[in-house]
Design a protein around this ligand. Sequence first.
Ligand code: UD1
Ligand code: CA
Length: 448
Amino acid sequence: MAVALVVLAAGQGTRMNSDLPKVLHQIGGAPLVAHALAAGGRLAPEKSVVVVGHGAEAVAKAVAKFDPEAEIAYQPEQLGTGHAVAQALLQIPSFEGKVVVLYGDTPFIRPETLEALTESTADVVVLGFEAADPGRYGRLVATGDRLERIVEYKDATEAERAITLCNSGVICCDASLLALLVRELKNDNAAGEYYLTDIIAGAREKGYVAEVVRCAEEETLGINTRAELARAESLFQARARAEALENGVTMVDPATVYFALDTWIGRDVVLGPNLVFGPGVTVESGARIEAFCHLADCHISRGSTIGPFARLRGGTELAEDVHIGNFVELKNAALGEGVKAGHLSYLGDAVVGERTNIGAGTVTCNYDGVSKHRTVIGANAFIGSDTMLVAPVTVGDGALTGSGSTITEDVPAGALALGRAKQVTKPGLATKLFEMLRAKKAAQGKGA
Ligand code: UD1
Ligand code: CA
């Protein structure tokens, strides 16, 4: 059965107290709307439509970055969840199959829960949960799993407010039936909005069957405030850590490792404590990352060891068995198999061939204040400690640069390059100099 995903993300999120549209606030290094798309993505939807309104352009851009195929429906005025769904359906008029509606600010619905929703044979399926504190949620008026209608808190009687089975907002319904039901919605209610929730009563009047599928309250956690955003971040991290352990990753102290939505870590990777994974990191099986590393947008291959205290930034690609040691920063750098950069180095906009050794304190001087330039180092080269490689520059295979060299010209394969002042040695001069200085200091002391 084909599935289309509709994500409602037009609201402003006033209580975030922010210039940023709510769904662009991030957890796990990704905007909330990306989490909704990721959760829904597990249903392998044929179509995805995101309804945008507040900050439409910025939200549409974030959506395109996460899922270039997702369609955008504009809802310039937020006239209610029912109206929002109607705008989404206009975008996919010929779609046949089931539509699943999610909220852009509800990132924790599990894929298994969404599957249960789509597997139900009822005409309209609503995801409900038993609320510890039902607050202002819509209440599900149901007998067992049979749903009669949903009543919004604002419109509910005292007796209805006593119901603890609440509406998560997630629904699943056949596309053509849903289109028919939202078309008939009215806004004669306490909020003056077109409530999506009213489609249940509409469906029942026509003799259709509506059903509740239940999930844990935790999954329906919505984000309305910065405090809820912070709680959502720790919930996300807890889930990501549990998943990594389950997948065969060793973690010395899981509570101190922070993942992003798209972090991918292979089996038998060992992670030390205090690590931060920004977006776009993949680590192959058997690699090892020691304590206090910060990684983003990089790929680490099998057998490599990183850190402690390493920083890997955008566009870094490490082949197998690379060793990156403490206080090494890599940016847009491709390191070949077996490369070692053990200490205190910066390699940016660089390519390094297999088994080359990068001495302590090596810096690729990639920026001239206006443009970035590339450094290319061949295989089996030896870059002496404290070499400044002034890019653009190339060092050939098997070449050697002397410690303390500033390399401004290309070094051919097999050559030794020295770019430093020649050493001058004056026998006995240090001793004489110290005697002179001490005598001077003693004379000054007497004078005072
Ligand atoms: C909604 C439900 C309520 C449920 C609750 C769960 C309705 C009428 N009520 O209430 O039963 O318990 O969610 O959190 O559906 N949105 C749009 N366009 C609009 C209106 C809303 O895109 O015109 C989006 C919002 O950005 C948000 C989501 O839909 O992501 C829900 O809207 P919100 O106003 O938060 O609904 P609630 O009043 O919380
Ligand atoms: Ca809400």
